[in-house]
Design a protein around this ligand. Structure first.
Ligand SMILES: [Zn+2]
Length: 226
């Protein structure tokens, strides 16, 4: 991996590139109160570096949120509601600068859910994998770790969310990609055709760190390594 840095105003974002033309974008560290999963993702990227397709990895999308250990960054905002071309949030602008000329198959953006003990993931704008052996194998692996699969709604209190999951999975068709109303990275990047597919795994934040590590490794193995 080659380490690079993008500066925009006072924001400075480190990223790592493996391969000539990245096909996969790996993100973590959007929210500073989800740092357990950030460590799991770092470890998995290093472990699977040679097995993954060419990739670009941004380990900390919002370094100021990570430093503050809060969901909001130094500007007092959730960065994942501020991905607009004319965003006033310098960290968001730096991240958009890093990826703006790329054409990637898949983006995976790891988060933690502070509340639920069950795993779930959003799968947007690509192909619906419900009923496939890929999804079955992932679900089976999650169960083997002793972790549940969410049947319910994330997050009923957030107007940008409120989606129902069945056995840990929620698919969004390309036609559901209207405009980038809420400034989420995935909808911004898909609307720009920078990415074709947006995967957002939500790792239960209350799991012990070794379980987070195992769950993230499983997601890499089942969804990213073909
Ligand atoms: Zn998050």
């Amino acid at each position: 991996m080659e380490k690079k840095t993008k500066v925009f105003g006072t924001a400075s974002i480190d990223y790592h590139v493996n391969g000539e033309i990245p096909e996969l974008l790996i993100l973590s560290g959007m929210h500073g109160d989800e740092i357990g999963v950030d460590k799991s993702v770092w470890d998995a990227v290093i472990k699977y570096e040679q097995n993954l397709p060419p990739f670009l990895f941004i380990p900390s999308v919002s370094p100021s949120a990570t430093n503050l250990k809060t969901r909001i960054n130094k500007d007092g905002v959730d960065i994942n509601r501020n991905f607009f071309d004319d965003s006033k949030i310098e960290e968001a602008r730096a991240v958009m600068e890093i990826v703006k000329n790329l054409r990637l198959n898949t983006m995976i953006n790891f988060h933690e859910d502070p509340e639920y003990m069950d795993f779930y993931f959003y799968d947007g704008f690509g192909i619906n994998i419900e009923g496939t052996s890929t999804l079955s194998a992932l679900r089976q692996g999650v169960k083997q770790l002793g972790i549940g699969l969410l049947n319910g709604v994330d997050d009923p209190s957030d107007k940008a969310l409120g989606y129902e999951f069945i056995n840990g999975y929620r698919y969004f068709s390309p036609s559901s990609l209207k405009k980038n109303k809420y400034g989420m990275f995935g909808t911004w990047a898909c609307s720009k055709r920078i990415i074709n597919r947006s995967i957002v795994p939500e790792v239960p934040g209350r799991l012990p760190q070794p379980m987070k590590d195992r769950l993230v490794r499983l997601v890499f193995e089942k969804l990213l390594i073909s």
